[in-house]
Write a protein that binds this ligand. Sequence first.
Ligand code: GLU
Length: 595
Amino acid sequence: MRRPHLGLLVRRRWVCTSCRSRYSSVATKATANRKSNLPDFPARTRFAPSPTGYLHLGSLRTALFNYLLARKTGGQFLLRIEDTDQKRTIPGAEQRLYDDLRWAGLQWDEGPTIGGPYGPYRQSERTAIYRSHTHDLIDGGHAYRCFCSADRLDSVARHRSQAGLPPGYDRKCADISAEESEDRASKGEAHVVRLKVDGYPMFNDLVYGKTGQNRPPKKLDLIDRVYDDPILLKSDGHPTYHLANVVDDHLMEITHVIRGTEWMPSTPLHVALYNAFEWTPPKFGHVPLLVDKSGQKLSKRNADIDLTFFKDKQGIFAATLVNFAALLGWSHTQKSDIFSLEELEQIFNLKITRGNTVVAFEKLWFLQKAHAQRFAAIRGPEFEEMVTRVSQVVDETYPQQQLPFLPPQTLAEYISPLLQADAKSFTNAEDFVQRNSTFFTRTLNRPDYAPVSDAPIPLATVHTAAAALTLVPESHWTIETHRFNINAYDGSGIFADETPAHEAVNDEKSRTNADKAFKKELYHYLRWALSASAPGPGIPETMSILGRKESVRRLEEARALTKDMAAASSAGPAQKVKGALKDGDISWMGSLAPQ
Ligand code: GLU
């Protein structure tokens, strides 16, 4: 026998079972917290869209991650409208943002339309705040007014470009005295305010770790010294994005900024601004770019990913899109990928991947079907909405008199069990109605009937078995009855407990095979007869949804269509079918139904 390695024995110290489990759970929890990057205090997060476009998949994900971080930690989620670039603002975009966020279920705790203690939450209403903070920076020597004309800046730029030098500003105005600067400004001389940047700090990103270039200012040579010195306040007195963003995040006490990697190059400048104000910056986490399968960036300008495309054109549920967006670049340890928003609020962490995120739309449809099933099982308002949508499409597509059900049953009452039965295939109302078109008409275009296999099951036997299924009275016309009855058939098309002992197939294996072959043929025939071979709900469900009258009508129609075929098929096994299947004799059929 192999002896254990001595080293192992030496290192292992005895710990009693209860202590061991206590230690291990403490360690696991601590590791989990560290790994998940979650703060151990309530996070204040914000979504800060510019109304220069509509919500799209990438911005929905940003909003969602911020929302989830706030919810998971018991904090607040803010909405702030960054409308400093008035020229690019699209009329109506702000309202659409509200509508889309609400549709997705991402209700903000503070922000436009509801207010809050740190408002206003629209940057165009905060200009005075930015101006006064700019003055603080000027007073502290961290910023200065620049009176250079557009012409001068142009000629500096031209000169630098001709000399093959990178662009930049030469700090001509940085040396203007405070008095002169104040005087010229008060006389109305046009100017901007620049931040004096002498180095961009590194920062610790929640996703990417230590980030930034620790870039010194561009002092390229003694003759052509240039600096970044970015503009904070424009000549029209309005702030740039950088200034407004930093001032607001600070004043609104934002603790975590989760945003797209496209903002990562701006973050060192933001940190420099925090330092100039002597404020502690929030934690930054940049989420990776969304790309298509060929690695191309999904773009805001691509109408395909505008939220309305998913919502209105594709009929995607809010829950599906939120679930889909959550999985873009985020990893979890749950067994399934299907989450409601409430579940995401419980399990969210900041385990966000670094590489570009490939958006695979197959997943969207998988999730859509999963949520459809979830809604059908819960039967809540979302299910009612599905019924309404499908009813509308049916109304628009099929003439009322063609519908195969009769009052007092309503269209909604007819559609509801159909949706229950086929929710697993639900993508949207239009596709659903198309897929289940045979449920909305009395005219079936059946293809020519072809038996399922070469192993001949006489069609007459199948006919008789199908006819027997219709002998169930209205009162027992349920999914359970039909399922029970179909299952009760044996391999020769006879109800198992009706087979005379001397005729029963004794060999277990061949009986099973015969049973299977018969049922396969029967199902195949019934689907052809009842739904023109279209995919859809199972046969017991189909019969139950169509109702007794319409099912009988379809089966009789099908029988008539295949009469000649049945006559030509072998008469042997069909003779085994008992006289008990005569129409009208239904007393024994009723007893097959579970009571
Ligand atoms: N207004 C910026 C945007 O439109 C916000 C960037 C940020 O979250 O800091 O995306």
